[in-house]
Design a protein around this ligand. Sequence first.
Ligand SMILES: Cc1cc2nc3c(=O)[nH]c(=O)nc-3n(C[C@H](O)[C@H](O)[C@H](O)COP(=O)(O)OP(=O)(O)OC[C@H]3O[C@@H](n4cnc5c(N)ncnc54)[C@H](O)[C@@H]3O)c2cc1C
Length: 297
Amino acid sequence: MNGSAEALLGQSKKIREFEVTVDEVVRETAETVSRLFRHGPEIPAYRPGQFLTINPHQFPCIAGFTAYLEQVKGKKELPRAYSMCSSPHEARLAITVKEEPFVAGSTLYPPLLSPVLTRACPPGSKLSVVGFTGPYVLPVDVTERSDEIVHICAGSGIVPNFSIIKYCLSELPELRHTLVYSNKTWDDIIFRDQLEVLAAAHPDRLSIVHALTRDEAAERRGPNVVRGRITSDLLRSLIPDVTRTEVFTCGPGLSKWDKVAAAARGEKPSPRFLEAALACLAEIGVPEHRIHHESYG
Ligand SMILES: Cc1cc2nc3c(=O)[nH]c(=O)nc-3n(C[C@H](O)[C@H](O)[C@H](O)COP(=O)(O)OP(=O)(O)OC[C@H]3O[C@@H](n4cnc5c(N)ncnc54)[C@H](O)[C@@H]3O)c2cc1C
């Protein structure tokens, strides 16, 4: 581990509000957009895997909608969390946002902030953000604990892991990574080309398996593409030593609204991606202290 990596992994927490300016907007998939920011020199340092928060009250274009939702819900709309897709060694801070859908008859309220962050905020827009925080980070002694990291992600759950992978490939040469990434179709894969470029540049340090749940042509997409969900058999084949591998898993999990709705029906909530991934890891015997997880529910 080099000196700057050591300093960054061990740094103390300093969270504060600061302003960023949208520098570039990149459409990643039909549902997701990255925003790359310019900022002043005095922003806090962040660790790969951490997030910032954005308060919806700062956007005049949704002020009426925000007030209406607060009236209907009977509570204040809180800031939303967004993981950095950028790595601290890169020049620009960046986030990637997936637009939440409103499904009539299924979703209780229309989403508030993600449509703004995916469809509005062109280059030049100024945003107030609060950062940085979050425990989904590499352990300070990661290179002593392991030389193998397995990332298990679904959908926008790739965002913090993309930051961690980029950081490690640049700053922590001791570590090898396997990414198992679940999406519905080939076109839903966020950072698909960037991931391929990283894997080609680091063939001994990054391997990627895509698991596609609704892609008729999955098997024809390439040798590293499997059809279906991530299973315990797949994870068993990718984690050679469960006692030495550090696992980072992130994706949609049960939200408190899912739990409340299931309880009202007198049912147990059906597991979402994160609960399913954790169950697979328990089944194949990965010790809990080796598992880091973050839910976007
Ligand atoms: C640590 C963390 C990191 C995250 N990082 C990212 C990221 O990198 N990229 C990303 O795209 N997302 C990320 N998220 C998710 C993000 O914070 C938002 O939750 C997401 O963008 C949706 O926000 P929204 O305002 O559009 O939707 P919301 O208005 O929050 O609505 C979302 C859903 O919740 C339901 N809901 C809201 N309020 C209620 C209520 N009172 N009762 C019942 N149901 C309700 C709505 O009906 C809707 O289905 C992250 C979340 C966490 C916790």
